[in-house]
Design a protein around this ligand. Structure first.
Ligand code: GLU
Length: 295
């Protein structure tokens, strides 16, 4: 059986918060409990959203929680050539096309699940007088199903649900969907464990994997932790910042949200003890099969 490789891929747009600690811990335990490797990637492509110093603070927090990664950290910023080659390949194969539409023009179509479906203006070539702005991936009526280890089967028909989606933005930045697929493959990731807010991105990622001849890893989407008003706990709401004095209790709290039923004694234990218990008792089957869980 091929060895398991998991990963955590934070965006350095702010400090690690308790919501992202759940994803870090879940991906760590799922990889390590199977004797696998756990890699770290900094999703630092979206430079306007990168906060100076955030990457270092995230690394410090992971070390503090004793979530030690294997090998070198991959910074997406170093992968620009690979992204460029993949975009050229997709364009040459007719699976991607230059788009000259402004954001407003692109949003003039019918509603999809994440906003209007691209109306197809530049699918057959740039209209005369238009300059290329972004690059889009060409979708069709095929259904893509995610066999998610937590959330079960999740299906999209990309032409109806999403539309031709951007793989290089008008500001030149490579879109998350493409960078993630290329980097998961480059890092040899076999299990993607992350928040369920990314489940709806996964059919796009599988479509890109197929178009690029890449393997599809296993996916497990963990519930996103929300407050009683349904707001995601995290940097945007500022809720539940990480508390430096209680790393063990916070890890135990994350285990509880992940359905692992940690014993009461773990709330007073240190981080390494909680992680040891987590590794010995981890079961993905116990993770709540819901996209959201209330804190
Ligand atoms: N960088 C993304 C985030 O922090 C996660 C990407 C992924 O796990 O695929 O939301």
């Amino acid at each position: 059986m091929p060895s398991v490789v998991g990963r955590f891929a934070p965006s350095p747009s702010g400090a690690l918060h308790i919501g992202s600690l759940v994803a870090a811990l879940g991906s760590f335990l799922q990889a390590r409990a199977q004797g696998g490797r756990w890699l770290l990637r900094m999703d630092d492509l979206d430079t306007p959203r990168v906060e100076p110093g955030a990457a270092e603070r995230i690394l410090d927090a992971l070390v503090f929680f004793e979530l030690r990664w294997d090998g070198e950290i991959l910074y997406q910023d170093t992968r620009r050539d690979a992204y460029r080659l993949a975009i050229e390949h997709l364009k040459n194969a007719g699976q991607a096309f230059d788009c000259g539409c402004t954001r407003r023009e692109a949003r003039s179509g019918q509603g999809g699940i994440e906003g209007p479906i691209y109306p197809g203006t530049c699918r057959g070539g740039l209209p005369p007088g238009r300059q290329a702005r972004s690059v889009r991936f060409r979708v069709d009526g095929q259904c893509f199903t995610v066999a998610d280890s937590v959330q079960g089967g999740y299906e999209q028909r990309l032409d109806r649900d999403i539309g031709d989606f951007v793989i290089r933005r008008a500001d030149g930045i490579v879109a998350y969907q493409l960078a993630t697929v290329l980097d998961d493959d480059y890092q040899g990731v076999t299990e993607v464990v992350r928040g369920a807010d990314l489940l709806s991105s996964t059919p796009r990622q599988i479509a890109l994997q197929k178009a690029l001849g890449l393997d599809t890893p296993r996916y497990a989407h963990l519930p996103v932790i929300v407050d009683e008003a349904g707001e995601k706990l995290g940097k945007s709401t500022g809720a539940m910042p990480l508390r430096p004095e209680k790393p063990g209790a916070q890890l135990a709290q994350c285990l509880h949200w992940l359905g692992q039923c940690p014993p009461d004694s773990l709330w007073d234990a240190n981080a390494s003890h909680v992680l040891r218990w987590g590794l010995d008792n981890w079961s993905l089957d116990r993770v709540p099969k819901t996209p959201e869980a209330v804190a």
